[in-house]
Design a protein around this ligand. Structure first.
Ligand code: FES
Length: 112
């Protein structure tokens, strides 16, 4: 049974901090956000332990869509709708990072 609190932040910014980039909103990050919210409503054992929130720009716009998940302060990049299931099953349900979706270390601590 899951006991830890989790926070899922999905960048929905249309004001990218990185010049020349379009930002996560232009890549349909609201659909990713909505799918995480749906997973929470339908699959969470205790909805109060999971928060799904919109986020401002994570300063990693070139690698949109960006999603940050706590615990772990893990920054995921190039997220697509098809990745949400794996993130949910692994990071949220088992508290295990999805290594192949993680941003490189150099991107993880930038500006957010
Ligand atoms: S707009 Fe999403 S990381 Fe910048």
């Amino acid at each position: 049974m899951k006991k830890n609190k989790s926070i899922i932040l999905v960048c929905t910014s249309d004001q990218p901090k990185q010049a020349g980039e379009k930002g996560c909103l232009s890549k349909e990050s609201r659909e990713v956000l909505a799918l995480f919210q749906q997973k929470k409503e339908l699959e969470a054992e205790d909805e109060s332990l999971i928060r799904v929130k919109e986020s401002i720009c994570m300063n990693n716009c070139a690698n949109a869509i960006c999603v940050r998940i706590f615990p772990g302060n893990s920054l995921y990049e190039h997220i697509q709708l098809s990745d949400v299931e794996e993130l949910w099953e692994s990071h949220i349900q088992k508290n295990q990072e999805v290594k192949h979706l993680l941003a490189p270390k150099i991107n993880r601590f930038m500006g957010f």
